[in-house]
Design a protein around this ligand. Structure first.
Ligand code: GDP
Length: 453
């Protein structure tokens, strides 16, 4: 396998940059361009040691730098690795990379270091994917989960279920050899219950997937309400800066304005929409149409009312529109004299909170309402590992196979048929962990990585 190199730090100016070289010739290549001030040859450096020196190429000093050497198999990739930490300028970093390439290293593909770690048995496929999740984690929950997956918790969970399936297959194999004999009732029961247990374990993982999306990508949220109730003010309060124009002229927000806001651990992907009302203004009515579309697709609707005014017919119409959605009702302008109260909304069975966007009061109430609406407080950050789309698909396919197997067993189909589908389910789980993943699957996983990781 070739020796590869890449810049492992962002393509931006910083304090330091790291250029990583991995492969059989990593140390040899580093020796060509790095001269330690101690004069001890690079080739004699032990693993996990560091030297201070200069990077020289074509007789020209590029930079002072540190060289860290890791010897196979004790490195991230399992191969020899040399890492040059130089000053963090974009040009100087690229010069060091160019020197590595000119000295015999090949530019690495995206994710190739981690792919080699996987191929060398340093990481399972799920652990490798977790590396990417650790990098992209935007909050504590997401990071906790990524770290758990990185430590191998998801691998273990899936492996346990896969092992259970192997046991079921062994039991089935014992009976398939005696086709003329009926499966005794007690065997039948134990197989059924083992399949049901495996299905419920997989269901739990699928359930956590939805929560994972919330922490990783945020909740698609639409702020709706008639004109002038304070939607833009609320959006600005949540964002912590003025993004939407606040005026008391109805119909000023004509477009859908989108931004992400962080509320504690939760990320809201907010859309402030045009006030929903009948209008003859063409531009405003296009905004109202967009608002209606957002309202249909969003996962969370924040419906704003002006508590200093009686409910209008438009307000009531909006309440009808959202009655089947996950929704939080906000009584805004709580700093003014209240004419409507939480009780007035009791028939809609939605959480109601009071706040004042103008005085920036009530943000925590909204956060708590979202946490309880999406049942996020039940998540145990020590045991919950969120899966990505690929992993979810594998779990879903495995679960479908098991349901088919369970059905086959209940209607008395041949044990052969049951065995085939349980065995398929097992394969999907092993594809998830990478133990039985095709090259195409592995390539796809690492395709999403950044260069240098
Ligand atoms: P939108 O049309 O629903 O986006 O409403 P805006 O955010 O533009 O606000 C309409 C008017 O209500 C503006 O004059 C705001 O200053 C005012 N407003 C918004 N929130 C509050 C609040 O909490 N208290 C009071 N007293 N006025 C508010």
């Amino acid at each position: 396998m070739s020796t590869i190199c890449a810049i492992s730090t962002p393509n931006a100016v910083g304090g330091i940059s790291v250029i990583r070289i991995s492969g059989v010739d990593a140390v040899k290549i580093a020796e060509k361009i790095f001269i330690p001030f101690s004069k001890k040859p690079v080739s004699q450096m032990s693993g996990h040691t560091c030297a201070y020196g200069k990077v020289v190429f074509d007789g020209r000093t590029i930079d002072d730098a540190l060289l860290t050497v890791f010897l196979a198999p004790k490195s991230y990739t399992g191969e020899n690795v040399a890492e040059i930490s130089c000053h963090g300028g974009i040009f100087v970093t690229k010069e060091v990379l160019r020197a590595c390439i000119a000295s015999g290293a090949e530019p690495a593909e995206p994710g190739e270091f981690t792919k080699r770690a996987f191929l060398n048995g340093k990481l399972s496929l799920t652990q490798a994917e977790a590396v990417m999740d650790v990098i992209s984690a935007g909050g504590k929950q997401a990071l906790n989960s990524a770290n758990l997956a990185h430590e191998g918790l998801l691998f273990k969970k899936i492996k346990n279920t896969a092992d259970d399936l192997v046991n079921i297959l062994a039991e089935l194999a014992a009976w398939v050899d005696y086709p003329e004999e009926d499966l005794p009732a007690v065997k039948d029961e134990s197989l059924t219950s083992s399949l049901k247990t495996a299905i419920s374990q997989l269901n739990k993982i699928l359930c956590d997937y939805d929560n994972g999306l919330i922490f990783r990508e945020g909740i698609d949220t639409a702020i709706v309400g008639r004109a002038n109730v304070g939607k833009s003010s609320l959006m600005n309060m949540l964002l912590g800066f003025d993004r939407s124009i606040v005026t008391d002229i109805a119909g000023t927000t004509r477009d859908v304005i989108e931004e992400s806001a962080r509320l504690g651990e939760i990320i809201l992907k907010l859309s402030d929409t045009a006030g929903i009302r009948q209008t003859d203004d063409i531009v405003e009515s296009m905004g109202v149409d967009l608002a209606m579309k957002k309202l249909k697709n969003a996962r969370l609707i924040i419906t704003v009312f002006d508590c200093s005014e009686e409910l209008t017919s438009e307000d009531k119409k909006l309440l009808e529109e959202i009655k089947d959605k996950q929704c939080i009702i906000i009584l805004n302008k709580s700093d003014l004299k209240q004419k409507i109260h939480a009780e007035d909304f009791s028939i809609y069975k939605k959480p109601v909170i009071s706040l004042s966007a103008r005085e920036q009061k009530g943000k925590e109430n909204l956060e708590n309402a979202i946490i309880s609406l999406f049942k996020l407080d039940n998540l145990n950050s020590d045991t919950t590992v969120f899966t990505n789309e690929r992993q979810k698909n594998c779990v879903e396919k495995a679960k479908n196979c098991l349901e088919i197997a369970l059905n086959a067993l209940s209607i008395g189909e041949t044990l052969d048929a049951v065995t085939v589908t349980v065995s398929k389910a097992c394969d999907f789980l092993l594809e998830l962990t990478g133990e039985k993943a095709t090259e195409a699957v592995v390539d796809q996983v690492f395709h999403n990585f950044c260069v240098g990781k």
